[in-house]
Write a protein that binds this ligand. Sequence first.
Ligand SMILES: CC(=O)SCCNC(=O)CCNC(=O)[C@H](O)C(C)(C)COP(=O)(O)OP(=O)(O)OC[C@H]1O[C@@H](n2cnc3c(N)ncnc32)[C@H](O)[C@@H]1OP(=O)(O)O
Ligand SMILES: O=CC(=O)O
Ligand SMILES: [Mg+2]
Length: 575
Amino acid sequence: MTTLADPRTRPTDTLATPLADTASGPSAWGAASLAEGTVTVAADLGPRDAEVLTPGALAFLAMLHDRFADDRTLLLLERQRRMRRIADGEDPDFSPATRPVRDDPSWRVAGSAGAPGLADRRVEITGPTDPKMTINALSSGARCWLADAEDAQSPTWRNVVEGQLALRDAIRGTLEHTAPNGKHYTLPSSDLTELPTIVFRPRGWHLFESHLAYTGPDGSTQPASGTLVDFGLYLFHNATELVARGRGPYFYLPKLEGYREARLWNEVFEVAQEALGLPRGTIRATVLVETLPAAFEMEEILYELREHCAGLNAGRWDYLFSVIKCFRTRGDSYVLPDRGQVTMTAPFMRAYTELLVATCHRRGAHAMGGMSAFIPDRRDPAVTERAVEQVWADKTREAHDGFDGTWVAHPDLVEVALGAFDEVLGDRDNQVDRQRDDVRVDQADLLDVASARRAGATVTEAGLRANVSVGVRYIESWLRGAGAAAIDHLMEDAATAEISRSQVWQWVTSGTRTEDGEPITRGRCEAVLRSVLIGLPRSAGDRFDDAAAIFREVALGTDFPPFLTTGAYARYLAG
Ligand SMILES: CC(=O)SCCNC(=O)CCNC(=O)[C@H](O)C(C)(C)COP(=O)(O)OP(=O)(O)OC[C@H]1O[C@@H](n2cnc3c(N)ncnc32)[C@H](O)[C@@H]1OP(=O)(O)O
Ligand SMILES: O=CC(=O)O
Ligand SMILES: [Mg+2]
């Protein structure tokens, strides 16, 4: 079988003792005996936090950091190097070094075999993991729920811990919630097999969790990795329970930039499974192909994770952000039009989704579609009608292209997406066996970002204003702890906000002009920002001033911060 070169030198020793799992939860001593470092809590504890931050769980996190903290750092450095090469003019391409993996027709991924609840994923609802959203998502009638600690979550410490508590309680069938308005929420069933299958999405590798401190065997201390914290706590507390209740520990893996990151994930899975006494392959992961470099390594990503891989997802919003990020200094010919004018039928976006479907099905993996940002409004039938029309068109195209399922942002969209996929799938669980041998996508197709403007789409004053307005309003919401928000009848989250701010940065830096011929300068953007701020309804305790400061830094600064959330987290949420 083909192997891919690994530049890292860490020995692959295995763990000696599996963690014991007792009736009252995984035990403290088992994990502690495996960890050389420690993870300690650097925050005040809420009333139930100790149920999640048990000694055993913290020792498990310490063990994961002992093994993977350095690898994570190396891969983040590799990301920086890759970005620099692209900025200097090197185009991403399919690597000749990994051609043997792509050309080898013999291998397949584990897929949904032996993973109960993952065969039929035709509609997945997404959303953050607070108790109300958790219950509403699990009551939505979707096949799966993407329980989101990533794009849809503002990683306040309370959101992180209470999200874990909500998941823990939901999996055990005990979650209840009373909203401030007195409305009481309960799960529709305590039988997990009657609810949407839970697929948890931890934070991406770039994010820290500053409320937990990792002290390594050499005595040095650093903030914990948000990824390992989210993944580790969820797996530690729930893996055995999920399996016992007819489901499994399933994950979405966000923002990967290449196969080496998939390899890291695979190693994390192997070590974690062994430590918890879970059979190899118990974990299943669906990888978001949502960066431009990853689009050139879809096969390699599947290959690295093949024992644990269920599928790939076309995460369109971060993908667009990544395209802008990669080409932000390449000049006006790489500039995208207004965000609202870049559709999934733009040739370069179509190349990406077609390649994803073809690649997945060749390897026995689910191809999962993405999120239409249109959301309904229960108080406004016209808005709802437009959202339903848009979602129907988007999901119909995906189903006919061969996708096996898709995402919706709101419970009122489950039915319409189900309808679109039912029409194509009928009573089959999926269409993984439909081969798309007709698909031919090459480097030029994936990189043809100019195709969006060739088709007549433009950069406009309204598009500039929308980017500024959405950027500031989303960041303000994020600072208040709400990582997903309905803004102007669209779902906005960290990925869509990244597009808004990075487009403004790119337009300014590239000397782009709006269709009326006016250049987009920093001064012009400042004026738009001031006028947006004047028009916003202000209230005591709002965070618009902080949000404007962040926006100026990430959209109007000379340097381009790779993510808007990292600096904002360090300054406003980490303390
Ligand atoms: C780029 C990507 O990564 S996409 C994936 C990440 N993004 C997301 O997951 C966003 C998911 N969607 C949401 O968070 C929400 O739909 C929002 C924030 C956009 C809008 O939420 P709201 O303003 O509460 O919408 P609205 O008032 O219409 O909600 C009506 C009801 O549906 C519930 N609801 C709305 N969206 C969801 C959801 N995704 N999951 C569960 N319940 C939901 C609300 O909680 C509310 O329930 P209630 O009547 O019991 O109070
Ligand atoms: O995570 C999904 C995306 O579109 O970004
Ligand atoms: Mg994303």
